[in-house]
Design a protein around this ligand. Structure first.
Ligand SMILES: Nc1ncnc2c1ncn2[C@@H]1O[C@H](COP(=O)(O)OP(=O)(O)O)[C@@H](O)[C@H]1O
Ligand SMILES: O=C(O)C1=C[C@@H](OP(=O)(O)O)[C@@H](O)[C@H](O)C1
Ligand SMILES: [Mg+2]
Length: 185
């Protein structure tokens, strides 16, 4: 949604939603909210343990409930998890409540960045390349349809990627003030 007072970051796992999102929040002076971290705080265990105990279905229910809550906060930068876009009700909240920025990446970049990362339960498989490809096939058309802005992946540092991202957002996002003055007050 444009204009909006919220920035919502979507995109594949390892695209930089969490790390770039944190920098964007600081730049725009918005509170940073990471949906996975919200789930972890709420459950008192990490995402992998939620998957272990409740399965993906349980995780998705928690993710949807917290997305509904967090996306209603006025004036936040919300970094989502890559699979949040799979449910239509989540997509509706994202579409209607914020300016949606899609961070793009390639499978090669994902493999490289996440090589030593074992905190993503859906990547705990023998063939990560195949898994990432299967995810991209399903999710990429959804990201494309949902995004207000697509940001191409960047080979450099997180800092450089964040700067490029800010330049694009500045050009396209019509930032709305967080609180409108009450009329006839
Ligand atoms: N140019 C870049 N863009 C995005 N992430 C990068 C880049 N360079 C390195 N990374 C690293 O990729 C890893 C994954 O980033 P993360 O923010 O966790 O992604 P996501 O939240 O989208 O899954 C982090 O360790 C981050 O530092
Ligand atoms: O691809 C997915 O469905 C998931 C991505 C993760 O977030 P990142 O996109 O930050 O890796 C996290 O929400 C969970 O492990 C499920
Ligand atoms: Mg993340």
């Amino acid at each position: 949604m444009n204009p909006s007072c919220n920035l919502f970051i979507i995109g594949p796992t390892g695209a930089g939603k969490t790390s770039i999102g944190r920098r964007l929040a600081a730049h725009y002076g918005l509170p940073f909210v990471d949906l996975d971290q919200e789930i972890e705080q709420h459950c008192g265990v990490d995402v992998s343990t939620v998957f272990e105990i409740e399965g993906e279905a349980g995780f998705r229910q928690r993710e949807s409930a917290l997305l509904d809550e967090c996306s209603q906060r006025p004036g936040v930068l919300l970094a989502t998890g890559a699979g949040v876009v799979l449910a239509e009700h989540n997509r509706a909240h994202l579409r209607e409540r914020g300016y949606v920025v899609w961070l793009q990446t390639t499978i090669e970049q994902q493999l490289e960045r996440l090589e030593r990362d074992h905190r993503r339960p859906l990547l705990a498989v023998p063939n990560r390349h195949e898994r990432l490809q299967a995810m991209a096939q399903i999710r990429e058309p959804i990201y494309r349809e949902l995004a207000d802005l697509a940001v191409p992946g960047e080979h450099g540092s997180v800092a450089a990627a964040s700067e490029r991202c800010i330049a694009l957002i500045d050009h396209h996002w019509q930032r709305q003030p967080t609180a409108w003055p009450r009329q006839n007050a």
